[in-house]
Design a protein around this ligand. Structure first.
Ligand SMILES: Nc1nc2c(ncn2[C@@H]2O[C@H](COP(=O)(O)OP(=O)(O)OP(=O)(O)O)[C@@H](O)[C@H]2O)c(=O)[nH]1
Ligand SMILES: [Mg+2]
Length: 202
């Protein structure tokens, strides 16, 4: 009887697990964004001081439980020599958040080239993509209207998947909630193509 009840309890309360990659050039604001997301979605979470966040060499992880699912984030280092590690995570990912430094016009083409290479991967085919035009708190940052056409140039690589470009400031948290909420709807919708993991699978 105990086993039956505990099995039923697990069935009712287990959360579907989704894995979300956070990618983009170094200095784009990926780790700052992950901190902001954890702060917004985790009660009593004590955020790191943004000045204490250093360039990522390995991997930062974070988990958010929201809307009946558990989002597991993998925030990878964006430096050129670390980009070759990204594709090791593609097959396991349910979504990608690609962070763009919208203030850095000098590197926007570099960011777009790296984005194109990433989305060309077969392992990410059909996977929802959230492109964040970050650093909107800075005057003269490019807005979505400017960033979107640049990242849309190779629309055939984006294909049929859900793809959205949104403005955000990882530093002050503006736009973080909207992005995560959109992503949750997308990964749920994409359940058939890439099913979630179940906590009981682990
Ligand atoms: N003004 C402003 N600065 C930001 C924002 N997001 C990040 N930054 C700053 O940008 C710098 C880089 O941020 P990180 O979060 O470390 O960037 P990253 O993409 O994780 O970089 P790597 O780990 O090297 O790949 C830091 O000085 C942040 O404080 C933002 O929304 N606005
Ligand atoms: Mg980082």
């Amino acid at each position: 009887m105990y086993h039956l009840l505990s099995g039923f309890y697990k069935y009712l309360f287990q959360l579907d697990e989704y894995y979300v990659l956070i990618l983009g050039l170094d200095n784009a604001g990926k780790s700052t964004y992950l901190e902001a997301a954890k702060t917004h979605f985790t009660k009593n979470y004590k955020a790191l001081n943004p000045n204490k966040i250093t360039s990522t060499v390995g991997l930062n992880i974070g988990v958010i439980d929201t809307d009946g699912c558990s989002l597991n984030f993998w925030d990878l280092g964006g430096q050129e020599e670390l980009q070759s590690l990204w594709d090791k995570y593609y097959a396991e990912s349910h979504a990608v958040i690609y962070v763009v430094d919208a203030f850095d016009r000098d590197r926007i083409e570099e960011s777009k080239a790296v984005f194109d290479k990433m989305i060309a991967s077969e392992l990410l085919k059909g996977i929802p993509l959230l492109v964040l035009a970050n650093k909107q708190d800075l005057q003269d940052s490019m807005g979505v209207r400017e960033v979107k056409p640049i990242f849309n140039q190779n629309a055939h690589l984006i294909g049929q998947r859900d793809c959205m470009v949104m403005p955000v400031s990882a530093l002050n948290g503006d736009g973080v909630d909207e992005g995560i909420k959109w992503l949750v709807q997308c990964v749920k919708r994409n359940n058939v193509v890439r099913p979630p993991r179940n906590q009981s699978d682990n």
